[in-house]
Design a protein around this ligand. Structure first.
Ligand SMILES: Cc1ncc(COP(=O)(O)O)c(C=O)c1O
Length: 438
């Protein structure tokens, strides 16, 4: 092992393998990373689903530089600073009507756990403290906090942490390989998969359920696109039984689906929206929860000298993160990036489905600027081919990710059609490399 790399215990990384064969990034601009040797690597995953506006956007960089020279840190516990208030107002103005209260965190995981705590605290404030079952979905990723792991459905993330879980039950994933393998966009059939929620409600009783938590489009598990009408049906069932619906929009929020939120792109309004990642273009850690006004207002009770929600993080609404996000919101709006995504999406769809005939590709799924290209697993077991293809893609000049055997393509919103084609071409080569074992 290279001793210079040994000390850092890297997250979600096979450390021994990485350190034997490191893939390092040294700088970035627009849609391109550079390695320490100066080699170009196209950013096919927007950093980690964050960098919609492209790397080192000058307006975001300028805003952060100005902020660090003005106010480096101020807590939002019992004091406040203008940036956090302004950011909350700006985000609320972009959200569906009625969703206009915003709690800030530093990450998506914290935001998921915050939304779950709000659901529990809201139930209690309404005299329904028995509501403590959460309904999630198989193959969902909701971050790595204990709340998110409980309601999440990615087996590898849950296996060894089971004993500290909240009570949760899970809908089936919306993925059906028999009917969806090469469907473009949302599958036409399958809305009835949402009816499973009725079964879980019957099992647990609606009066015990705190919330239903889903990603509108499951991202990290390999881009699983909900059938048409599925989310609408979930909403209807929640309404019928008086259940809160939480959309985890950590990946889909702030443009990736061709609207500011997937709630708008797909026409279903939840009770809370969880966000992170693209809100600050990845330039500073930031996440949060957008909450329907009535939920918030129902909790503005109790003794006025006590915090209504005993929850928060030292860096909730950090000035530097708020400055980055405020500049990012300007960029999203002034450069019409969600509209750009909507315009690029059909060409992106053609490009990624152009990989369908490549030997070893068993499925291509896409929505907005997100796609999953699934490979047949190799004899070594699930996930090994994906890992080799991810490494091969890096060598071929494109950064991707491979949950299991699915390669993800999620380009920055500022990518050109030619950039996206180059990304797909490199993936094709990487897929062929792994087929021949090179
Ligand atoms: C849908 C979803 N929720 C939550 C998270 C966790 O976010 P973070 O890594 O910022 O904690 C992620 C991260 O990829 C995500 O995709």
């Amino acid at each position: 092992m290279n001793s210079a790399l040994d000390t850092l215990w890297m997250p979600f990384t096979p450390n021994r393998q990485f350190k034997a064969s490191p893939r390092l990034l040294a700088s970035a601009e627009g849609v391109v990373y550079r390695t320490p040797e100066g080699r170009e690597v196209l950013d096919g995953i927007s950093g980690l689903w964050c960098v919609g506006a492209g790397h080192r956007h000058p307006r975001i960089a300028a805003a952060m530089k100005a902020q660090i020279d003005t106010l480096d840190f101020a807590s939002n516990f019992q004091v406040g600073h203008a940036g956090a208030f302004e950011l909350a107002e700006r985000i609320a103005a972009l959200a569906p009507p009625g969703m206009d209260r915003v709690f800030l965190t530093n990450s998506g995981s914290e935001a998921v756990d915050t939304a779950m705590k709000i659901a529990l605290a809201h139930a209690r404030a309404c005299g329904q403290g028995q509501r403590h079952v959460f309904i999630g979905r198989e193959r969902a990723f909701h971050g790595v906090g204990f709340g998110g792991v409980s309601v999440g459905g990615m087996t590898n993330n849950r296996r060894v942490f089971g004993t500290a879980m909240l009570r949760a039950d899970h809908l089936r994933a919306t993925w059906d390989p028999a009917t969806q393998a090469f469907v473009r966009g949302q599958p036409a059939q399958g809305a009835e998969m949402a009816d499973e929620l009725e079964r879980l409600v019957a099992l647990h009783d609606a009066s015990n359920i705190a919330a239903v938590v889903v990603e509108p489009v499951a991202g990290s598990t390999g881009v699983l696109v909900p059938p048409r009408g599925y989310l609408q049906r979930l909403r209807e069932i929640c309404d019928r039984h008086g259940l809160l619906l939480i959309f985890d929009e950590v990946i889909t929020g702030f443009g990736r689906m061709g609207a500011m939120f997937a709630a708008q792109a797909l026409g279903v309004v939840p009770d809370m929206i969880v966000f992170a990642k693209t809100v600050s273009n990845g330039a500073a850690p930031l996440g949060g929860v957008i909450v329907r006004r009535e939920l918030h207002d129902a909790m503005m009770s109790g003794p006025p000298h006590l915090a209504e929600l005993m929850h928060g993080y030292t860096c909730s609404g950090h000035p530097l993160a708020c400055a980055a996000a405020l500049a990012m919101l300007d960029v999203l709006q002034d450069e019409a990036l969600p509209q750009r995504v909507a315009a690029l999406a059909p060409q992106f769809e053609d490009i990624v489905h152009g990989l369908a005939g490549t030997p070893g590709v068993v499925s291509v799924r896409n929505l907005g600027l997100a796609a999953g290209i699934e490979l047949a697993p190799d004899a070594g077991g699930a996930g090994q081919r994906g890992a080799r293809a991810q490494a091969a893609a890096f060598d071929r000049g494109v950064l991707t990710r491979a949950p299991g055997d699915t390669l993800i393509l999620a380009p920055p919103f500022v990518s050109s059609v030619a950039d996206m084609q180059r990304m797909a071409d490199a993936l094709r080569q990487a897929i062929l490399d792994t087929a021949t074992g090179t």
